[in-house]
Design a protein around this ligand. Sequence first.
Ligand SMILES: *[C@@H]1O[C@H](CO)[C@@H](O)[C@H](O)[C@H]1NC(C)=O
Ligand SMILES: *[C@@H]1O[C@H](CO)[C@@H](O)[C@H](O)[C@H]1NC(C)=O
Length: 440
Amino acid sequence: MRILKLGLLLALFSGFTAILIYINEFFNHDENHQLSREDWDALQSLQSGFQKCVSANGLGLQAITGKNYCQVTLSYPSDTDSKWRDPKTGELEGLLFEFNLCEEVATWEQVRNSTTILTREFIDALPNGWEEYAWRRINKGILLNNCKNKALCVEKLSLVLPETPPYVPRQFGRCAVIGNSGDLLKTRFGKEIDSYDVVIRENGAPIENYTEYVGKKSSFRLLNRGSAKALDKVVELDETRQEVLIIKTTIHDIMNRMIREIPIRNPVYLMLGASFGSAAKGTGLKALEFALSVCDSVDMYGFTVDPGYKEWTRYFSESRKGHTPLHGRAYYQLIECLGLIKIHSPIRADPNRVVKWVPSRRTIKAARIASEKLLRRVGAGSEDLLASCSIVKKQVKRKHMSVPRLRKAAVDHQKFVKGTTMYPLEHSSGHGHLCTVPVD
Ligand SMILES: *[C@@H]1O[C@H](CO)[C@@H](O)[C@H](O)[C@H]1NC(C)=O
Ligand SMILES: *[C@@H]1O[C@H](CO)[C@@H](O)[C@H](O)[C@H]1NC(C)=O
């Protein structure tokens, strides 16, 4: 009898707290009344699924939920040896990192359907594209006086500016993004890496002498400013000279000269991209963004901070400064648990490892839609596929798709979007797209 009473009390109490939590949530978000009960449920189920996934795969990482359905903090075990010091403050990197799950799910899901290569049609379609945007992609562009001499700007960009996107979403099947971590030398991933359809590398990462560990294949290379200036050295890293080079910053006169005079025959492009939160910086992340915009599936190698790591090193050189290894690692765990990538590392070396407890596609889709509403993204909650296009430009297709035979997944996607190209509008608050729509 006493137990029954106790049970009843407990039930009452938990019911009451549930109501309190609900009311609390409701008032916290009363500006977002357009979110339905299903939307809140979707966010909640993403958060709890995510939490399970992090504990099951996170190398001791735990996800602590915050005061709403978007906030999560990833925490490393307290005995983790933080080694990286902020050069500015001299402080050691912490063990707790806060993320906004809603921002992340909304932004990354958009990347899957976006074009991430800068094209001529993009600049032409952008209002004042030449005056206000083009010069930002040219080194010392500020001296170009808002491209008053447009011909000069066109010329400077011409070698890296295709007319239309060279790639479409899902054009490639299985892709591997290879980081530069010293941990790569602990496992012979070479053969496994070469089995991917596409391999994406970063900056000055060598292949020769390391193929056992990093493979031979190389399809794309993402370059930061420093590496891009040494373009002549970079092209030598890939024997086949077929690697496509993608620069995340600006085009330099030095580069233009090298491309013309050496000559460099590799395709060279500039990258466009979504604006992510503070955690998301660096070439590795850009490489992932590019991969997710053109591949069906994306696997990562060489980005690890496994337990017991001593110091962040590169596989081909001594340790280097300027990294936030624990923060970065937590962030990659986050995107793994959003079902976007799979991380391979020395202690996760089984190629058939399944990422446990990844939230289902259905949960992620519902949570993405709810997040878009919550964050007031352009076109949130609409069934219309062009709803997120804040700028729409009709485009007479000059020539047929330069890609001869597209994979079925890519063709299906093209049908779904009716041939629309969606470019992310960088730094725009609602994360809208510039869309080019084909007309006959
Ligand atoms: C590979 O090793 C050889 C012999 O040690 C060396 O000459 C060459 O520069 C190395 N290549 C790279 C890319 O490190
Ligand atoms: C991206 O495109 C697919 C179809 O290929 C669609 O199912 C999905 O909802 C789209 N995602 C977003 C964020 O619009």
